[in-house]
Design a binder for this molecule. Structure first.
Ligand code: NAD
Length: 333
């Protein structure tokens, strides 16, 4: 039976990179059926919002989506359209793997880690206000429920992916109540997974150690703000935004998307790197249990990178987005 997947092309470079990913995923032979729905800045004139209800309904119905980046229009109600989508669907776990890929020049070899970021609270809950004219305040929310569920998610992921260690990242030495609660929950959950090593790390030390020896880390689980920063740091270790895939996962739905944004200055030029979206597609296939297809796509990607002939500008080549996708699809075939 085919799996129905919501496909949101998105804004800016979104349509080019999602078309590239679709071509490659179809070449894998995976039984996917696409339901294409438009969201983002481009639908505001028609629907009055970048996130019309039928888009959310489509994702709720299919439970799985592949999404291009959405531009957050300045001064249009939403703090961020992407944050709104994650909150609406309670996509509480943001999963961002960072893995060394062949043929991509970086200072590091053997990086293979996954950042699991809590997606619903912390300073990103958006509870912020001015206090008088010259001060402002933002409230950091941390709950037992969300902390326990994200750490449990990280351990379950570790088990499924046969990972050896989970590192919980915090700043509980300063934020004794909020980060202290997160850390206490992490310790409690860790005790139920004796087969997986558990380690605690203060966020500043984590950043230094990731730069010094990223190969020592496996699954990292952390609060929303630290997770945002650490996952970009991790992307930088393995070649940057062009190769950084991601997923936002909840109990009712999962949305797979590149970490990068809509890069409006490159839109319509068929030049950006499609790998972040293609690798998000690999995560989607695995999520659906289509592991062989996922493996075929991943091998196609690494074969093209190893050959080093058809690469986009950010990887030192001059191939078009569509040429790179076609080369990967040909490898898979
Ligand atoms: P961006 O990630 O869109 O682009 C920053 C720069 O990174 C680009 O100018 C380009 O040089 C490089 N880059 C990004 N993707 C690339 C790719 N695939 N290949 C090669 N180079 C690539 O960040 P921004 O300019 O800060 O944001 C633009 C818009 O995207 C904003 O409206 C922002 O809100 C939105 N955004 C959306 C998402 C999302 O949908 N999940 C994420 C981040 C930003």
């Amino acid at each position: 039976m085919a799996h129905r997947v919501t496909l949101i092309p998105g804004d800016g470079i979104g349509p080019e990179i999602t078309a590239a990913a679709r071509l490659v995923l179809e070449a894998s032979g995976a039984p996917l059926e696409w339901e294409v729905v438009e969201a983002g800045e481009k639908v505001i004139p028609e629907f009055g919002t970048p996130l019309p209800p039928h888009v959310l309904e489509s994702i709720r119905r299919n439970r799985v989506a592949l999404k291009g980046p959405l531009t957050t229009p300045i001064g249009h109600g939403f703090r961020s359209v992407n944050v709104a989508l994650r909150q609406e669907l309670d996509l509480y776990a943001c999963v961002r793997p960072a893995q060394t890929l062949p043929g991509i020049k970086t200072r590091y070899e053997h990086v293979d880690l996954i950042v699991v970021r809590e997606n619903t609270e912390d300073l990103y809950a958006g509870i912020e206000h001015k206090v008088g004219k010259d001060a402002a305040e933002s409230i950091k929310i941390v709950t037992r429920e969300a902390s326990t569920r994200i750490v449990r998610f990280a351990f379950e992921l570790a088990r499924r992916e046969k990972r050896k260690k989970v590192t919980a990242v915090h700043k509980a030495n300063i934020m004794k109540f909020t980060d202290g609660l997160f850390l206490a929950c992490a310790r409690e959950v860790a005790a139920a997974y004796p087969d997986i090593a558990f380690e605690e790390m203060i966020v500043d030390a984590m950043c230094m150690k990731l730069v010094q020896a990223p190969e020592n880390y496996d699954v990292i689980v952390t609060l929303n703000l630290y997770g945002d920063i650490i996952s970009d740091l991790a992307a930088g270790l393995v070649g940057g935004l062009g190769v950084a895939p991601g997923a936002n996962i909840g109990d009712a739905a999962a949305v797979f998307e590149p970490v990068h944004g809509s890069a409006p200055k490159h839109a319509g030029q068929d030049k950006v790197n499609p790998l972040a979206t293609i690798l998000s597609g690999v995560m989607l296939l695995k999520h659906l249990g289509l592991n062989e297809a996922a493996e075929r796509v991943f091998k196609g990607v690494t074969a093209v990178l190893r050959e080093g002939k058809v690469l986009t500008y950010d990887l030192g080549g001059n191939a078009r987005t569509s040429e790179m996708a076609a080369a990967i699809a040909a490898q898979i075939a």
